[in-house]
Design a protein around this ligand. Structure first.
Ligand SMILES: Cc1cc2nc3c(=O)[nH]c(=O)nc-3n(C[C@H](O)[C@H](O)[C@H](O)COP(=O)(O)OP(=O)(O)OC[C@H]3O[C@@H](n4cnc5c(N)ncnc54)[C@H](O)[C@@H]3O)c2cc1C
Ligand code: SF4
Length: 485
């Protein structure tokens, strides 16, 4: 067999899909068969893609990257084979380039604004080159723990080890601060570990980052919930500054008749069980079949990226059928087009223009009553408003229903038992947008808990900005102390 002949774009797709196949052993073998050529192919592909950058001089890609990554320059370095320099440049603005390369919605950010894409010739695949550069740097051992030049005897406490908390911690540690992260989960990483599925972001990618931060001297206290095990006030007294980076976790409810029937789950419960299973944990509710979609008719309610993660997880668990119910049409879905197309390719059935009306069953859910919708005039957000079509109800057979309508912030002042902490009417923490400082002196906030549910790349950006504000705050505080003395 001429293996080289098979290494076409089609082959790349074959490998990509097969990597996601639950039958891992068989897949590994097939990848092994092609490993040498596959690696060479990826290398050539990244090189080819980087050299497609026209160095246009107006880097719209960079402007539309929330981290203002110096994309044209690292593409040039990659095209010249100077991968170590490319990786260093990528790391100078981003704490986790390999994560962003994998999961940023590039079609809405850098790649969607590539000049070559705009001129109709297809974007430079910036994300995959970013991933390639950084994965290579990890493989070659170029990514090393932080060596602090001068330790600073000031400490910062960070609540939450998601991307916002981790990015802030790394930046502060580089400057020499003593950093402690507190997290209520047993593993660091936040939604990178327990939300985003393994097929989009392999867990070892997150784990090697957090290991590196531990080796850099950052202390991690897992299974500590602020508000329960320690108060915000205690942390504020213990540390010289505090960052709140707790994300948003309150699921939006589907308050329909029958909502208390069994086998109706919030998206995070379903995704966390699957991620825990992938991490090798014993998950009783998965083992006993409750949260396992195998051979079941699964319905996911919602049209955002979390809904796409749920349908794509269910199909990988060998569900009998997977349907996605969304009240608008494909053009008006909130999720990324790329994710929806992936889900369609994998066999998920989308029931557009449909709205759930009632969960039906005795004890457990057995079906869902749905009504058909049509799109009316645009509402204040500019999106067409869905309206029910009278007498259009129909029933869908369901064994598991998953609610994926998004997340709101938890009631933090209540959770932290600190009514002084100011929040917006949506429950997000109010900060001074320039300094990221809350109304409590020395307490800063970053990530989803400030923006509402957003993106990893924005959380990293916020974490970096918060680190620089905390540094200024601590410098001023120290100067004041010296003056007083
Ligand atoms: C299913 C799903 C899929 C997603 N897919 C993508 C994607 O493909 N691409 C993308 O860019 N974004 C994606 N996102 C969004 C992205 O994950 C978030 O925007 C990002 O993780 C926010 O980072 P964060 O650090 O603010 O919060 P989080 O990642 O949520 O981390 C917050 C951390 O704080 C901890 N915590 C909370 N409260 C407390 C407390 N009281 N005490 C101690 N610790 C606490 C939590 O345990 C958690 O570890 C997805 C989100 C979900 C839910
Ligand atoms: S961080 Fe995200 S938006 Fe920025 S270059 Fe990388 S993939 Fe594109």
């Amino acid at each position: 067999m001429n293996k080289k002949k098979i290494m076409t774009d089609k082959m790349l797709k074959f490998v990509k899909i097969d990597q996601q196949n639950p039958n891992k052993r068989q897949v590994d073998k097939r990848i092994d068969d092609f490993k040498e050529i596959y690696e060479q192919f990826i290398h050539d592909k990244a090189k080819e893609q980087s050299s497609r950058c026209s160095q246009c001089g107006v880097p719209f890609c960079q402007i539309h990257c929330p981290l203002n990554n110096n994309i044209p320059d690292w593409l040039k370095l990659a095209a010249e084979g100077r991968l170590r320099e490319a990786s260093e440049l990528a790391h100078s603005t981003n704490n986790m380039p390999e994560v962003c390369g994998r999961i940023c919605p590039q079609d809405r950010l850098c790649e969607g604004n590539c000049v070559i894409e705009k001129s109709g010739h297809g974007t430079v695949t910036i994300g995959s080159v970013e991933k390639y550069i950084t994965d290579t740097a990890w493989e070659k051992g170029w990514i090393r723990p932080i060596k602090v030049k001068k330790e600073i005897d000031l400490s910062v406490g960070i609540i939450g080890s998601g991307p916002a908390g981790l990015a802030c911690a790394e930046e502060l540690r580089k400057m020499g601060y003593q950093v402690t992260i507190y997290d209520r989960y047993d593993r660091p990483g936040g939604l990178l570990i327990y939300g985003i599925p393994n097929f989009k972001l392999e867990k070892f990618v997150v784990e090697r980052r957090t290991k590196l931060l531990k080796e850099s001297g950052i202390k991690f206290h897992q299974k500590i919930e602020i508000g329960k095990d320690k108060t915000l006030k205690e942390l504020n007294e213990k540390h010289d500054a505090v960052l709140i980076a707790t994300g948003v976790y309150k699921p939006r409810e589907v308050n329909l008749p029958g909502h208390d029937l069994k086998n109706i789950f919030p998206a995070m419960e379903f995704l966390t069980a699957s991620n825990r299973k992938g991490l090798g944990d014993k998950v009783e509710n998965f083992e006993n079949g409750t949260l396992n979609a195998e051979n079941k008719n699964v319905v996911v309610i919602g049209g955002g990226d979390t809904a796409m993660d749920c349908v794509r997880t269910a199909i990988r668990q060998n569900a009998k059928s997977v349907k996605c119910i969304y009240r608008r049409d494909k053009e008006n879905m909130p999720g990324s087009t790329r994710e929806v197309n992936n889900a369609e390719e994998e066999g998920i059935e989308f029931i557009w223009l449909s709205n759930p009306k009632k969960f039906i069953g005795s004890e457990k859910i057995s079906s869902l009553l749905v009504e058909k919708m049509k799109l009316g005039i645009p509402d204040s957000s500019g999106r067409k408003k869905p309206e029910p079509i009278p007498n259009s109800d129909f029933e869908i057979k369901v064994d598991i229903a998953i609610k994926a309508l998004g997340f709101d912030p938890e009631d933090l002042p209540k959770l932290f038992n600190d009514s002084n902490l100011l929040v917006s009417k949506w429950g997000t923490i109010k900060v001074n947008m320039k300094s990221m400082e809350t109304n409590i002196a020395g307490v800063f906030a970053a990530g989803d808990i400030v923006r509402g549910a957003s993106l990893v790349v924005w959380a990293i950006r916020d974490g970096r900005d918060a680190a620089s504000s905390i540094h200024s705050y601590l410098e001023n505080k120290t100067l004041k102390k010296i003056k007083v003395a």
